[in-house]
Design a protein around this ligand. Structure first.
Ligand code: ASP
Length: 314
């Protein structure tokens, strides 16, 4: 069977893109699909999703890797997770600082330790030991600094409360988390998700992205999933696992993804989630209850289609 890969660049603000940003986002999504397909041509599904997410982390256009947003105290703490559908193993890092590609670190946690999730300083220490550390200055730039000041002002105007912070974050651009799902030629699936979390989060806050079943899930014979949106709601509804269970009981991938998103909408309202999925035959689907969800996919060696809004996709 031909390898299939799909990526997303988060659910949320994508309707309000600045001049030229749309093209840059599309290019990054396509580059990620291309990189993932190249990796899977000589490797497996895990290689594909890690490479695709690595490209998105390095683009600086999304809330992941060098593009990650700031916490309330101006720190950059990232979460990432990967799951191998063949082995059922997962690896993840949470609230980690000074790591250029958290998804690469997450993969090494999966493959070189007996743990699933390593947080904070312990994860940063591993990154240093494995040569994956990066200077903290890499994660700061003028654009993000300005946005940070604006967000703090807006949050203060609304009263300093996390709920307000989340509302501000949603309005100004929650949801540029990145993720990938893939099927390789041997029928193995994998999923990966990486994020800087949400603007102005408390230091040490961990979202859904490094938690299996919440931010991602992969199971051979079933499928692979990657979620984006308000981490707190995703943690409380496990959409990736939920969609996998639906596929397992015979539901088509598009319906499964839609139902998992509908469940989150019912419980927590709109503007809360986007979910990308692939089944074990290579059918893909994405569903979101936000203005948009940046996404793209490809098969074999060909990058197929990128989309942002509600247009027909795949
Ligand atoms: N789910 C991520 C988090 O809450 C944010 C996002 O998807 O943009 O950390």
């Amino acid at each position: 069977m031909e390898p299939v890969l799909a990526v997303h660049g988060g659910a949320g603000r994508w309707r309000r893109l600045e001049e030229g940003e749309r093209e840059r986002v599309f290019k990054a999504l396509r580059d990620a699909v291309e990189g993932g397909l190249r990796a899977v041509a000589s490797g497996g599904a895990v290689d594909a999703v890690v490479e695709a997410v690595r490209v998105l982390e390095d683009s600086g256009l999304f809330d992941a890797g060098v593009g990650s947003v700031y916490s309330i105290s101006g720190r950059v703490q990232m979460d990432a997770g990967v799951m191998d559908g063949k082995t059922g193993r997962a690896g993840a890092v949470a609230a980690v600082e000074g790591v250029r590609n958290p998804i690469v670190l997450a993969r090494r946690v999966m493959e070189e330790t007996e743990h699933v999730l390593i947080a904070g300083e312990g994860a940063a220490e591993l990154a240093r030991a494995w040569g994956l550390a990066a200077p903290l200055t890499l994660f700061y730039n003028d654009g993000k600094n300005k946005r940070f000041e604006d967000m703090k002002r807006e949050a203060a105007a609304g009263g300093w409360h996390y709920k307000k912070v989340l509302e501000v974050a949603k309005a100004l651009g929650l949801g540029d988390t990145v993720g990938a799902v893939a099927l390789d030629r041997d029928g193995n699936v994998a999923a990966a998700t990486s994020t800087g979390g949400v603007w102005l989060k408390l230091d040490g806050r961990v979202g859904d992205s490094p938690i299996p079943g919440a931010g991602y899930w992969a199971e051979n014979g079933v499928g692979a999933f990657s979620a984006t949106g308000v981490g707190e709601y995703i943690l409380l509804s496990l959409p990736s696992f939920r969609a996998a269970q639906l596929v397992k009981s015979g539901t088509a991938i598009d319906v499964a993804v839609r139902e998992a998103v509908a469940y989150v909408t019912e419980r927590f309202g709109p503007d809360t989630i986007g979910l990308l999925g692939i089944d074990s035959r290579g059918n893909i689907a994405a569903e979101f209850n936000t203005a948009g969800m940046a996404r793209a996919w490809g098969r074999g060696r060909e990058v197929k289609r990128a989309a942002i809004g509600g247009e027909d996709w795949p």
